[in-house]
Structure formats: structure tokens, C-alpha cells
Design a protein around this ligand. Structure first.
Ligand code: ARG
Length: 393
């Protein structure tokens, strides 16, 4: 979570007159909405869901009210194209399978939270993960919209200890401080699911405990190393990204959590491996009896492979869908070729579409891509960094 900086202070203490908007970017002007709507309805894909008269109807609505509403079919197609356009996603081969849970009727924080639990249940689907996006109402010109503070619906707490070490996920120390500041009391474990924090129209951030039946977790064991299970590692099945704004045709859906499925290296190489995260490589190498006193024994690399093997083994054994990085990479390059054959560019960020381990053993490594283009719409855009969701400071 970027920008969650001055935790432990509340808006009034900081003298902040009004918490900041979900996006620091000002809502688009009427003329921008008009232009972006026209560009959206001009996409060739739209012909399948919008009649030729539809744009005139949308224009009339924008002239009268400054905005307009997408039909469910337009929203789903817009979300699919946003996924297809997102330069940092290597899972785009599945873009056409995206499903929509239309939650635009939700207005209170409690209703939003309920819909998020429904999102988790539907997309986790007992381990047979489904690509699903839940879309809440877009931000209007005169309000701040709905903001989910957590970067994913399921995140593990990170508790800063007096000696400076962290119990749990160091990535979420600030988010954990915010939750505690708002009254949450975590159990103090290494894998405590943080409460969902969200707010509506610049109101106070409200906190909701994620119901246990909405969170599928997988305890990690290794196919050969019996001691591995004793490390007590686990991870959740569902990566449900919740801090990106979905922009379609001039409308900004500031809350639109979406789920796919994990690639094992996201968990085994980054979340559990990175020094700034759970940093498990030395522990695993010790278990394997490797010499960790020298770099050139390649103990880090060997531990990394076994950690990833444990992730794949455990997810498979629990019946939870996950991809290894070789399969994910070959799906991605096939997708790129297929799109090119259709005459469509595939803007891609090389560093993001390559796996964080063994990259040169995968086909994503040995080629170049159409340059990332973050101005293409529809798309998922990052919330503006800088600014505490409580204080706006
Ligand atoms: N890398 C993030 C994580 O480890 C998840 C990003 C989205 N990944 C996905 N497979 N949909 O939690």
C-alpha cells in the first residue's frame, strides 16, 4: 500500500479539513467524459453490445447530467478490454473468461463489504478459481466515490516489534497500523487476515472483519522435506486486487475488486522469499542443510526452487488452482501472438510479465513487446500515491 503514511493520527488532529478523494486526480470534466465515451463506443468490440444509436443516447445523458450509465454488457466488455490492455498482467490470455458481479446498487460501507465477501466466495469457488470482477458505482463529479483501502481483499497483517523486526507481512505494517488505529486487535500471528477498510464519499474509513468462510488458505508442505510443514507457512488462494480504478468510457470505477488465480512464483519467489517480505530463504536453506556462509553455494537459488515446489505441491494437494511460471509464460506468449494475428497490439511491461525466478527458462524472456501504454482505455489505473486515506495528508 503506497501512501498510507501518517497512521496513528486522525483527520482532525492533523487539521485536515476533509479527507482526500479516492483518486487525487480530479473527476473528469464533461467534455472529457464525452470524448472518452465516444472513443469507447467506437471500439470495434462494442458493436456486439451497443446499438449504433447508443452513443447518441449517452451523449444526451452527458449533456443533461454530466454523466451516463453503462449497461451490464458494456461494463463487462469494458472490464474485459481493460484487463486485455493492462501492460503489467501476464495472465491476460484469459481475458475473455472474465465474469462480472454488478454491485453498482451498493451504497453504504456495510453493503460494499457484504458484496466483497460475496466476491471472495464466488471467485474462490472452492478452489476452482474464477476470473471475476465486482464493480461498485463509479465516482460522480460531486463525490469521492468508494475507496477500498486494502490493496487486496485478503492481506496478512505485519506487526512491528519493539526490536524493529516484523511478525507477519512487512509489506503491510502501515495498513496494520491503520487497522489498529481504527480499533482492530490482531492476534499477533504471522498470517492474520487484516480487516477490510473502506469508505464511501470521503466519509470515515470503516473496518470489517473478513468472514472466515470467505477466505480459503493453504498450509504449505513439501513433497519430500517432512520438516517443511513445521515452518507453519501458508498463503491464501485468491489474489483479489482491490486498489485499482477501472476506467471505462470516461467513468471511473474507484472500487472494482478483481480476482484471477496465482502464479506460484508470486508466492514462493516474492511473498515468502523477498527480503522485504517473509524472507524465508535462509530458513529453508538451513532446513536443507545448505552452506549459507557463501554466495557461491547458490543456497538462495536452491531454497527458492524448493519453496516454489512446496507452493505448487500444496495448492495442488488442496485442490486449489495455481499455475507454475513456465505454464503461465507460455500462455502469455501464445496470447501475444494470437492478439497480433488479430491486428491488436499487446502493450507489455517486460519486467512484469517475466517471472521473478528462472526467467530465462521461459519464453517471455526471449522477446520484446509492444511498449507499455498506460494511457490506453479502458484500463486499470493505480490510485494516486501520496496521502493517507484517513488524513489526506
Ligand atoms: N503478486 C500479488 C500477490 O502475490 C498478486 C497480483 C495479482 N496476481 C494474480 N495472479 N492475479 O499477492
Amino acid at each position: 500500500m503506497t501512501g498510507v503514511e501518517p497512521m496513528g493520527t486522525v483527520a482532525t488532529e492533523r487539521g485536515c479539513p476533509r479527507p482526500r478523494a479516492a483518486d487525487a486526480v480530479a473527476p473528469p470534466s464533461t467534455s472529457t467524459v464525452r470524448e472518452e465515451a465516444a472513443a469507447f463506443y467506437a471500439l470495434p468490440e462494442l458493436a456486439a453490445v451497443a446499438s449504433p444509436e447508443r452513443l447518441a443516447q449517452v451523449r444526451a445523458s452527458i449533456d443533461a447530467t454530466g454523466t451516463y450509465e453503462h449497461t451490464g454488457a458494456e461494463l463487462l466488455l469494458g472490464a474485459k478490454i481493460a484487463w486485455r490492455n493492462h501492460a503489467r498482467c501476464s495472465g491476460r490470455a484469459s481475458w475473455q473468461s472474465l465474469e462480472l458481479y454488478d454491485a453498482r446498487h451498493c451504497s453504504t460501507p456495510a453493503e460494499v463489504a457484504q458484496a466483497c465477501w460475496e466476491h471472495l466466495r464466488l471467485s474462490t469457488n472452492g478452489g476452482r478459481l474464477r476470473a471475476l470482477i465486482t464493480v461498485f458505482r463509479p465516482r460522480r463529479a460531486d463525490d469521492d466515490g468508494i475507496e477500498i483501502v486494502n490493496p487486496q481483499l485478503i492481506r496478512y497483517a505485519g506487526y512491528r516489534n519493539p526490536d524493529g523486526s516484523v511478525t507477519g507481512d512487512p509489506l503491510h505494517v502501515e495498513l496494520t497500523d491503520l487497522a489498529r488505529h481504527l480499533g482492530w486487535r490482531g492476534a499477533g500471528g504471522a498470517f492474520d487476515v487484516l480487516p477490510l477498510m473502506l469508505r464511501v464519499d470521503g466519509g470515515p474509513v470503516q473496518l470489517f472483519d473478513v468472514p472466515a468462510d470467505a477466505v480459503l488458505e493453504i498450509p504449505l508442505s513439501h513433497p519430500e522435506y517432512d520438516w517443511f510443514a513445521g515452518l507453519g507457512l501458508r498463503w491464501h488462494a485468491n489474489p483479489a486486487i482491490s486498489n485499482l480504478t477501472l476506467e471505462i468510457g470516461g467513468l471511473a470505477y474507484t472500487a472494482s475488486p478483481f480476482s484471477g488465480w496465482y502464479v506460484s512464483s508470486e508466492i514462493g519467489a516474492r511473498n515468502l522469499g523477498d527480503d522485504g517480505r517473509y524472507a524465508m530463504l535462509r530458513t529453508v536453506a538451513d532446513g536443507m542443510g545448505l552452506d549459507t556462509s557463501r554466495n557461491d553455494t547458490l543456497w538462495r537459488d536452491r531454497a527458492l526452487v524448493e519453496l516454489n515446489q512446496a507452493v505448487l505441491h500444496s495448492y495442488r494437494r488442496s485442490g486449489v488452482h495455481i499455475l507454475d511460471h513456465h505454464t503461465a509464460a507460455s500462455q502469455f506468449v501464445r496470447h501475444v501472438d494470437r492478439e497480433h494475428a488479430q491486428g491488436r497490439p499487446v502493450p507489455a511491461d517486460w519486467a512484469w510479465v517475466n517471472p521473478p525466478m528462472s526467467a530465462s527458462t521461459t519464453p517471455t524472456f526471449h522477446r520484446t513487446y509492444d511498449p507499455p501504454d498506460f494511457s490506453v482505455r479502458p484500463n486499470f489505473v493505480a490510485r494516486q500515491a501520496g496521502g493517507c486515506p484517513v488524513t489526506g495528508g
